[in-house]
Design a protein around this ligand. Structure first.
Ligand code: SUD
Ligand code: ADP
Length: 308
């Protein structure tokens, strides 16, 4: 039986401004999201029966943080949402699938691993079930899975506004390298939003492109991650990670991503990031160094199908 696979890349918020708050409690954001080479992998194969059930199996470094029989897993929820969208009668004829998740991104860590998995599952299921859903409808389904899921569908750097679902092109990025460090403690996104000081930051002013890393770092230095202080209050080790990154040879900028605890640092090249990353070693710290993900993901078309 053949299988298809997708990479679910880590999403990094280079800056994150909380610009307001909606009546339902969700926060309005202005954030520049990029994708790093670090990724989970999802592999889908056809099951024996019909009904569109998703049988999930989880392996990999961070699999102990997740249960594979959980209906709450965003991969299983992506399948349920697609079945709901199609309606019970159509869903009855969908082939069952088995998805193996190789979990290599830390869980609840501000780099959207669960969101990236959900988006990768949507891409795989569209192919496996030979579905074509208009892009607007697909984006709306993705938003129901989580505010970060829409940007993970294409895995291309993008400016995120609204609660994260309003996407526009990012400035063209210069060549650079990146280190990601997570101290091994999960941080709850709702708790960080609840803990933050109730102040808002205006939308950033960004150019259409950055030709050099120095240009990008100059502009990013004027922006903030408005969740960083709250996350540091909940998890003080984040401050140690940031200090370590700032001291790493060749570091141009270090900041927390999303609601934490993962922090990123920018370097002149992937090789410079890897050399600096090799100097960082703490028990329980997850350290990744390399390039940004520049290719993105292609959404399925009706012509794509999975041949069992
Ligand atoms: C903070 C960000 C920045 O990219 O990243 P992560 O730290 O999760 O990686 C995202 O907005 C997280 O998106 P995601 O993880 O999909 O969040 P959701 O599941 O939709 O929401 C989890 C909870 O976070 C809060 N939340 C989330 C997004 C938002 N714009 N405002 C919020 O207040 C809400 O309390 C919500 O119940
Ligand atoms: N496939 C998945 N991978 C990671 N987390 C998942 C997944 N499915 C559901 N979750 C839940 O989603 C929450 C957020 O996970 P994650 O996306 O890793 O956080 P963050 O966006 O902060 O990096 C976690 O509490 C986790 O239990």
């Amino acid at each position: 039986m053949s299988s298809v696979h997708e990479l679910a890349h880590a999403k990094i918020n280079l800056y994150l401004h909380v610009t307001g708050r909606r009546d339902d409690g969700y926060h309005l954001l202005d954030s520049l999201a990029v994708f790093a080479g670090a990724a989970d992998e999802l592999r889908l194969s056809r099951g024996a029966g019909l009904g569109g059930h998703v049988d999930l199996h989880i392996e990999g470094t961070f699999s102990p943080g997740l249960r594979d029989d959980s209906a709450d897993n965003l991969i299983v929820r992506a399948g349920a949402l697609l079945r709901e969208h199609l309606g019970a009668e159509a869903a009855r004829h969908l082939p069952d699938v088995r998805i193996v998740l190789r979990k290599e991104l830390p869980v609840a860590s501000g780099i959207g691993g669960g969101s990236a998995d959900a988006a990768a599952a949507l891409r795989l299921l569209l192919r496996a079930w030979n579905l074509s859903i208009p892009r607007d409808a697909l984006m709306a389904l993705a938003t129901r899975l989580g505010a970060d899921v829409p940007v993970c569908l294409d895995q291309l750097s993008a400016r995120m506004e609204g609660i994260g679902e309003e996407l526009s092109p990012a400035p063209t990025l210069p060549p650079c390298g990146m280190i990601l460090v997570n101290c091994g403690q999960s941080v709850s996104t709702p708790q960080v939003f609840r803990t933050r000081a109730p102040v808002f930051t205006p939308r950033a002013s960004l150019p259409a492109r950055w030709d050099t890393l120095a240009d990008m770092v100059r502009d990013l230095s004027e922006q903030t991650n408005d969740l960083q202080d709250a996350a540091c209050a909940i998890c003080p080790e984040i401050a140690t990670v940031l200090a370590t990154l700032r001291n790493a040879p060749g570091c141009r900028l270090a900041r927390m991503s999303g609601s934490g605890a993962t922090c990123y640092a920018l370097f002149d090249s992937p090789a410079a990031a890897q050399a600096a990353g090799a100097t960082i070693s703490q028990p329980d710290w997850w350290v990744w160094a390399g390039d940004l993900c520049r290719s993105g993901a292609r959404l399925a078309t009706a012509a794509d199908s999975l041949h069992a």
